[in-house]
Ligand binder design. Structure first.
Ligand code: AMP
Ligand code: MG
Length: 342
């Protein structure tokens, strides 16, 4: 199958492919999604095949209006907390989990009794959902296990020949996947950190829990609240090591370990100080920019076959920093070197 590359004025072409049960890579403000008609189980099954995604990992359903939840009959009931969150953060990088109806095919919910729903803010994403006139199931448009795509080129690198089309809507602005919060538990609980921060969610809802799997390796045999958390994720080919310590200790450690196959995932201020290959996430402390650049940086390092070891700072867990932390700690297989204890 040849993958069509469409631009933003070819929404009607993409919509027709989706209505005929095809799969299209679409831009969103978080990362690019691999979309199919969420109400067509056979179409949704093609997403799993194209990605090589385990069938027990459910998908997010994308809508173009809060009222679409009711219009398409996706949820058993809409909790009051969902209305509050929608007012504050939709359209935007927040996914809400609620009890599903039987309208949601089992391919989407992967056997769970819940459904994850998001209303994206990207104008092209909204236009394609409206033109297809159906909710779109869409996970990130990468091969399972590789970094999420934030440009149409990233999608083609992974998916050329595996999907019908990709719609180019420019680079994703948030750069990491949506925050996932479940409203199906007694206290709302964040299952995955993203562009909407835990601090912001607490301002609207009061008490919000953060699932253990956000910060820590899942215990052997434990059941993941969000099935995606149990899989090896965001894994570049190189060995990623996270360094915990001061800026000076970070620079000194990397320079002491400088070698041809070493690359530092660093900040702009470090570039002149490091004597290794470098890829910068942005200015120190600018977590929004780090999130936007993270996956592109990981892919760029992967494209360099001489890079075998990547050193990075252990990210902050504050604000959007938590989303970067969550991705990098997985990329590093939870390995952290504490520079203060050396
Ligand atoms: P992706 O679309 O690649 O960003 O992955 C979607 C994420 O949302 C995965 O981590 C899924 O496990 C999670 N997810 C989707 N639906 C549900 C659900 N009903 N309950 C819990 N987690 C979900
Ligand atoms: Mg993904």
């Amino acid at each position: 199958m040849k993958t069509l590359v469409l631009d933003a004025n070819q929404i009607d072409v993409a919509a027709e492919i989706l209505q005929n049960g095809g799969v299209v890579g679409i831009p969103t403000e978080t990362v690019y999604g691999l979309a199919a008609d969420a109400l067509n189980g056979a179409a949704v099954a093609k997403i799993f095949e194209a990605k090589g995604r385990p069938m027990d990992n459910p998908l997010i359903v994308h809508i173009a209006d809060f009222a679409d939840i009711k219009r398409f009959g996706l949820a058993k009931e809409i909790p009051a907390s969902a209305e509050k969150l929608a007012k504050a953060f939709w359209p935007g990088p927040l996914t809400m989990i609620m009890k599903r109806t039987d309208v949601v095919p089992r391919e989407v919910s992967a056997g769970l009794d819940t459904v994850a729903i998001r209303f994206p803010s990207h104008p092209v994403a909204q236009a394609i959902i409206k033109a297809a006139n159906t909710p779109l199931a869409a996970p990130s448009a990468n091969l399972s296990g590789s970094p999420s795509p934030t440009t149409a080129r990233h999608v083609l690198n992974d998916m050329d020949g595996r999907i019908d089309a990709v719609l180019d809507g420019g680079a994703s602005e948030v750069g990491v996947e949506s925050t996932v919060i479940t409203l199906a538990t007694e206290t709302p609980r964040v299952l995955r950190p993203g562009g909407v921060t835990v601090e912001e969610l607490r301002e609207v809802l009061g008490e919000v829990e953060v699932d253990d799997a956000v910060l820590h390796r899942l215990a052997e045999g434990a059941v993941a609240a969000s099935p995606g958390m149990k899989y090896k994720h965001y894994a570049p080919k190189a060995n990623v090591l996270l360094l915990k310590g001061s800026d000076d200790a970070f620079i000194d450690y990397i320079n002491a370990h400088a070698a041809d196959d070493v690359c530092a995932l660093c900040c702009d201020e470090d570039l002149l100080l490091l004597r290794t290959k470098t890829v910068s996430l942005g200015r120190r402390g600018d977590y929004l920019t780090h999130a936007r650049h993270l996956f592109d940086c990981l892919r760029r390092m992967d494209e360099n076959p001489t890079v075998h070891t990547v050193y990075s700072r252990l990210p902050s867990t504050e604000g959007v920093g938590l989303a970067v932390y969550n991705r990098l700690i997985r990329a590093a297989g939870f390995e952290v070197i504490d520079l203060a204890s050396l």
